[in-house]
Design a protein around this ligand. Structure first.
Ligand code: GRF
Length: 193
């Protein structure tokens, strides 16, 4: 079996990244985590990736200022240099240019902490509680130029419980995220997404 080379793009703690790294340790998992890239040099996830023996790169967005295309070109070159097949966004807090999304079309996925198409964007748990929904959850989807859109690969719900706070709800959703992201990457790497 030739395993697909996956890169994970992070900006922070990287708990979804860790879930993917752990899943990819299984001998029959169809993808290996070949690279972790962060746009934030001090992201805690970078240390966790290094500790797991994974190659890491930092592409700091700040020197690029408003030149998003130049940042994305550097990102793209980094992915190519590591011969990456699949890109997984996992708490990556930058919006990618349409050309980059197009270039990686079908090979670029994201995890979002809501039942898309509900609650696109930020602060999903606060907004779910404010809306009074009974079910919330997480979604892994292909990235499309429009934010938090694109075909869904995996989605799972959790109940919203009486007395939930954004934190308690986020923790319940995060458990689901850690389950469905490895499933989605597996499906994509096997050509079943
Ligand atoms: C997750 O909730 C993910 O769905 C969202 O950002 C958070 C990242 O958490 N896009 P982590 O860095 O994977 O722990």
């Amino acid at each position: 079996m030739t395993r697909k080379r996956a890169a994970i793009l992070i900006s922070g703690r990287g708990s979804n990244m860790v879930a993917l790294i752990e899943a990819a340790k299984a001998p029959d998992y169809p993808a290996e985590i070949a690279l972790v890239v962060s746009n934030v040099p001090e992201a805690a996830g970078l240390d966790r990736a290094r500790g797991a023996g994974i190659a890491t790169e930092v592409v700091d967005h700040r020197p690029f200022g408003k030149d998003r295309d130049a940042f994305d070109r550097r990102l793209d070159a980094t992915l190519e240099a590591h011969r990456v097949d699949i890109v997984c966004l996992a708490g990556f807090m930058r919006v990618l240019s349409p050309w980059l999304v197009e270039r990686w079309n079908g090979r670029l996925i994201n995890i979002h902490p809501s039942l898309l198409p509900e609650f696109k964007g930020l602060h999903t748990h606060e907004r779910a509680l404010a809306a009074g929904v009974k079910q919330h959850g997480a979604t892994v989807h292909f990235v499309a130029p429009e934010l938090d859109s694109g075909p869904i690969i995996e989605q799972q719900s959790v109940p919203v419980l009486p007395g939930d706070t954004p934190e308690s709800l986020a923790a319940r959703v995060l458990e689901v995220e850690h389950r469905i992201y490895p499933l989605a990457l597996k499906r994509l790497a096997e050509g079943r997404a």
